[in-house]
Ligand binder design. Structure first.
Ligand code: COA
Length: 273
């Protein structure tokens, strides 16, 4: 996190608050955990993979932050309920849910297997719904909370090789608006962020053709991302996890108190080109 980013938000902004971040151990999710914990929140990182959770929590604790972890597969509603019960048991409350967990890969629709389609739809769309539904009773009992989900911009125009993810994220947008209307009466604000390209390890993996594919010999993912940034991002660079984390902090803070049902594009202007 840059010094400039830290200086924008008041120290202690989230003191006493608990933020549950799915996919929080890596990439954008970890960037969000870094900023919210820097600003005083206890962050609970949720992931399928203990090998991701352990070093991420250790890293935050070593920096004097308040952090813990919980193992979950967001596709499984029972495990999601158990995750929420564990967080409440250990930390008494959940003020912020960040639906960050996502699965994605670049694949032609004509040959996408039923299980490939199902995997992405279940992680991105079902997972967002299951986690949101599971935290509602907790937030309701507390008198409110904030849910922020991760969308994308590729479905605004359609995006070849991304039928599964674009369909899932269109669903996340619809869910964001509908849940915002249903749950406003409980003081729960629900928004989504649509990030532009952010070259995390997960994105590199998602955009790298599988071994043996015809494209492997000619496709350089780093070069492709550089070319993409230069040609298609008006602000001239790829994004960083900190770019997204700052929007999360804004929406989760009292500055966002009259904002719900919004989908906020944070992409250097990319989708307009
Ligand atoms: N192209 C086509 N199909 C693919 C694929 C690809 N690049 N990657 C995975 N699949 C298919 C698998 O073949 C499988 O389908 P099958 O059973 O019909 O063979 C199905 O998707 C599930 O894959 P699997 O890896 O077993 O599932 P998983 O539940 O462990 O993980 C993902 C699913 C999406 C998370 C995983 O593919 C992945 O790690 N993706 C890259 C990382 C990522 O998505 N990060 C987020 C960046 S936004």
């Amino acid at each position: 996190m840059t010094t400039a980013a830290r200086a924008v938000f008041a120290p202690g902004l989230f003191d006493g608050q608990v933020a549950l971040i799915t996919g929080g151990a890596t990439g954008i999710g970890f960037g969000i955990a870094e900023l919210l914990s820097q600003l005083g929140a206890h962050v609970v990182l949720a992931s399928r993979k203990p090998e991701h959770l352990e070093p991420a929590v250790a890293d935050l604790l070593a920096r004097g932050r308040s952090a813990s972890s919980v193992q979950v597969d967001v596709r499984d509603p029972e495990r999601v309920k158990a995750m929420v019960a564990q967080v409440v048991d250990e930390h008494s409350r959940i003020d912020i849910l960040m639906n960050n967990a996502a699965g994605n890969f670049y694949a032609p629709s004509a040959s996408l297997s039923p299980n490939a389609w199902k995997s992405v739809i279940e992680i991105d769309l079902y997972g967002t719904f299951f986690c949101s539904q599971a935290v509602l009773p907790v937030m309701k009992a507390q008198g409110g909370g904030r849910i922020i989900s991760t969308s994308m911009t590729l479905h605004y125009r359609g995006w070849p090789m991304m039928a599964h993810a674009t369909a899932a994220k269109a669903g996340v947008d619809a869910l964001t608006k509908t849940l915002a209307l249903e749950w406003a009466e409980h003081g729960v604000r629900i928004n989504a962020i649509a990030p532009g390209p952010i070259p995390t390890e997960g994105v590199r993996k998602a955009f790298t053709p599988p071994p043996g594919s015809a494209a492997t010999d000619v496709f350089d993912v780093e070069q492709a991302m550089d070319d993409h940034a230069r040609k298609t991002i008006p602000l001239g660079r790829m994004g960083t996890p900190a770019d997204i984390a700052q929007m999360v902090a804004f929406l989760a803070s009292p500055a966002g108190d009259w904002i719900t049902g919004g989908i906020f594009v944070v992409d250097g202007g990319e989708w307009l080109k």
